[in-house]
Ligand binder design. Structure first.
Ligand SMILES: Cc1ncc(C[n+]2csc(CCOP(=O)(O)OP(=O)(O)O)c2C)c(N)n1
Ligand SMILES: [Mg+2]
Length: 371
């Protein structure tokens, strides 16, 4: 069982960065000057988390109704995603895995276009990655780490100042791509923020079976800072990411952030998590809900009142309804597109034959670019 108070199965004392009070244990008031967030930005963080929560639940429901092929819920991880994505400059890049709908919301990615991946109509999503500086959905675990490091390296060679933030999970830290990416970024001073959402599980494998050393401490071996942050504390996540992105951009120093959080839902809608974990574990973490915690602080500190939360709730419902309507009304893409975008000129003969056969099979003859 994972222990929320311990905050890491491999934890060693409380090195965890926290800014928000944890409820019963009041703690010191957040230092707003250090955070550098204006009042309206404090509220915006909540709004983005609330939109994310609603859209995530809607996507899960859409899968249950057969409108999406599969969906990996992020419920419980809203603070980790929104706090980190919000801390970046517009010119910074984000490289997501498959669970970062919350970061997509922050970047203004159209969720219908994002969910095309999960509707199985287009590999990676149909949004414009360059326009949003938000890479495509990447399912091979840790593969996006290599993309982020490569992009950061390219930007450096071009003399462009930016940070490249990559999201990955606790399980991804066991992949070679993670270690290669960290070492490469350190040696070549690539401006990368390695953002690990330690949600305690890699499908059915608990983090205790994934690593003995705490994740954030692995940074030391590569020669750059590692930070562990309370991943359910949106202000702490914001602070840690803002500092890390500045170090990357200004000094070419990467950072590994371990945001300690919990995957409240199943791994994906294809998973039955009751087969391998206790409900009591989920319940304990659900008590630490990042939206509830932030809302309580916004109210008690006088930064937001009831009417603000009512407005956000209304907007979130509309946002989810719009996403639902867009997903349901979106049609499959033309089969011919399977054969486009890779070859600049003519298709090689064997692929041209396969294209013609696929178009005949789908009854879409004549739809191809040169059919
Ligand atoms: C290279 C590779 N191996 C295995 C899988 C199957 N797989 C998909 S997600 C996952 C677990 C990843 O866990 P973690 O990195 O903790 O991310 P989380 O799903 O918890 O967000 C596995 C093993 C895959 N997609 N890619
Ligand atoms: Mg995980």
């Amino acid at each position: 069982m994972t222990d929320p108070s311990q905050n890491s199965t491999a934890g060693d004392g409380d090195d965890t960065l926290r800014v928000l009070p944890t409820g019963k244990d009041e703690g010191p008031e957040p230092d707003l000057d250090q955070l550098g967030l204006k009042d309206e930005e404090l509220r915006e963080l909540y709004r983005l988390m609330a939109l994310t929560r609603r859209a995530d639940l809607e996507a899960t429901a859409l899968q249950r109704q057969g409108e999406l092929a599969v969906y990996p819920p992020l419920i419980g991880q809203e603070a980790a995603q929104v706090g980190s994505a919000f801390a970046l400059e517009e010119s910074d890049w984000i490289f997501p895995s498959y669970r970062e709908l919350g970061a997509a919301v922050v970047r203004g990615v159209d969720l219908v276009e994002y969910l095309h991946f999960y509707r199985a109509t287009w590999h990676g999503g149909t949004y414009d990655a360059a326009a949003h500086r938000f890479g495509y959905v990447s399912v091979p675990v840790a593969s996006q780490i290599i993309h982020a490091v490569g992009y950061a390296m390219g930007a450096k060679l071009d003399g462009v100042s930016l940070a490249s933030l990559v999201y990955f999970g606790d399980g991804a830290t066991s992949e070679g791509d993670f270690h290669e990416g960290c070492n490469f970024a350190a040696v070549f001073r690539a401006p990368v923020v390695f953002f690990c959402q330690n949600n305690q599980w890699a499908i059915s494998v608990p983090v205790s079976a994934q690593t003995v050393a705490p994740i954030w401490k692995k940074a030391e071996a590569y020669g750059f800072p590692g930070v562990r942050v309370d991943g359910n504390d949106v202000l702490a996540v914001f602070q840690a990411t803002k500092e890390a992105a500045a170090r990357a951009r200004d000094d070419g120093v990467p950072t590994l952030i371990e945001a300690v959080t919990y995957r409240i839902g199943p791994h994906s809608t294809a998973d039955d998590a009751t087969k391998y974990r206790e409900q009591a574990d989920v319940d304990r973490w659900a008590e630490l809900d990042p939206l509830k915690r932030y809302r309580e602080w916004l109210e008690s500190s006088g930064n937001a009142d009831g009417s603000f939360f009512d407005d956000v709730e209304k907007e979130a419902k509309e946002f989810a309804a719009k996403t639902r309507a867009g997903v349901i009304s979106s049609e499959p893409r033309p089969v011919s597109e399977l054969f486009e975008w890779v070859f600049g000129g003519e298709l090689p003969p064997h692929l041209a034959r396969q294209r013609d056969e696929a178009l005949r099979f789908a009854g879409q003859e004549g739809d191809g670019p040169d059919a």
